[in-house]
Design a protein around this ligand. Structure first.
Ligand SMILES: Cc1cc2nc3c(=O)[nH]c(=O)nc-3n(C[C@H](O)[C@H](O)[C@H](O)COP(=O)(O)O)c2cc1C
Length: 332
């Protein structure tokens, strides 16, 4: 019996999406890891070495699930091969008014307009410092995803990202510049290659030793994707994450629809297309995110050229068994 499908999911799905999310994070924060491990099984092993890091398996937790890095070791205990904390912004911010996250069960999808609600880089730095000092640090790679504070104008974006990067530098094994959330007004304009190159150069001037990646949107046209791939090569990025949520809601009916980024099964095909376009243009590592709901969709991303995969919506719908299922079906 899968305890997530049988017990946890019915309980969590009886609550509104954000309340369920907060309850899940609280439980993960409080539950002893030995209990998580004995409930969900040992961590699946399918080692991958990438950007100088050792991943016990290629299935990671996508950004947005653990925005404030509250449960880092629990993700390891649930079987993940890596975890990406954030998005964290320089300034603490409350995000958009609630409700701001919605499940569409018949589509195995979520629409969210959270708006980078997070405790801010200083508060997260303090938590990570305590965790490190106590020896309570995960043994899987930890990525840190940083975003632009809502109040900071785009012209000052580079220094806003730099504030978070400087503070969080000792704690991330890799860093992600998030310019692809649809829920911070104007953020996606930073996918313009000149704006993006300025952010990357600013961060690399602070520290060039940590792998730096950029997370892109699925709503870019093919030419823009190719230009970002070329820029990633010329600026010495370690890799790209494709993709964030989509603004294309054509899979939802008008009555269902609500503002925000769509994730889950309806995003699968487009996000794979973006990975294929990137792979035609660059040999840099690609982390796939978008509609990975089962082993077949994970395999599709790897076949399109991805090196690692990340789960968000698939994990909400299928729980930790999905990590094991994907790992078990990897080509040997
Ligand atoms: C409720 C919610 C919050 C999210 N927050 C973030 C975030 O803070 N930063 C980020 O880079 N992506 C965020 N994402 C996007 C996911 O990381 C992922 O890229 C996207 O949902 C596509 O993957 P999926 O189809 O597996 O969910 C969020 C997604 C959801 C559903």
């Amino acid at each position: 019996m899968d305890p997530y499908n049988a017990l946890l999911r019915p309980l969590l799905f009886s609550l509104p999406a954000e309340a369920a999310h907060n309850l899940a994070i609280l439980c993960l924060h409080l539950t002893p890891r030995a209990i998580l491990r004995s409930t969900f099984g040992p961590q699946p092993q399918a080692p991958v070495r990438l950007f100088g890091l050792d991943f016990p398996n290629p299935v990671g937790l996508a950004a947005g699930m653990d925005k404030n890095a509250r449960a880092l070791r629990s993700w390891e205990a649930l079987g993940f091969g890596f975890v990406e904390a954030g998005t964290i912004t320089a300034l603490a911010q409350p995000g958009n008014p609630k409700p701001r996250s919605f499940r569409f069960i018949e589509h195995r999808a979520i629409v969210n307009r959270m708006g980078f609600n997070n405790a801010g880089a200083s508060a997260v730095e303090a938590r990570l410092r305590r965790m490190k000092a106590s020896g309570n640090w995960p043994r899987i790679p930890v990525g840190i995803n940083i975003g632009k504070s809502k109040l900071t104008p785009n012209e000052q974006a580079a220094s806003d990202y730099a504030t978070s990067f400087r503070l969080l530098l000792p704690y991330g094994d890799y860093f992600v510049v998030n310019v692809s959330s649809p829920n911070t007004p104007g953020l996606r304009a930073l996918q313009d290659t000149a704006a993006l190159a300025e952010i990357i150069r600013t961060l690399k001037a602070i520290d060039a030793s940590k792998p730096l990646l950029v997370k892109i949107a699925p709503d870019l046209v093919q030419e823009d994707i190719r230009q970002i791939a070329a820029m990633a090569d010329s600026e010495g990025l370690a890799g790209l994450i494709a993709t964030n949520t989509t603004l294309d809601h054509t899979s939802l009916t008008k009555e269902q629809d609500t503002a925000g980024g769509l994730s889950g099964a309806p995003l699968r095909a487009r996000s794979t297309e973006v990975i294929s376009t990137l792979r035609e243009s660059t040999s840099l590592p690609i982390i796939a995110s978008g509609g990975i709901m089962d082993a077949a969709s994970a395999r599709e991303k790897l076949d399109a050229g991805a090196n690692l995969v990340q789960l968000y919506t698939g994990f909400v719908y299928h729980g930790p068994a999905l990590v094991r299922d994907i790992t078990a079906h990897l080509p040997r």
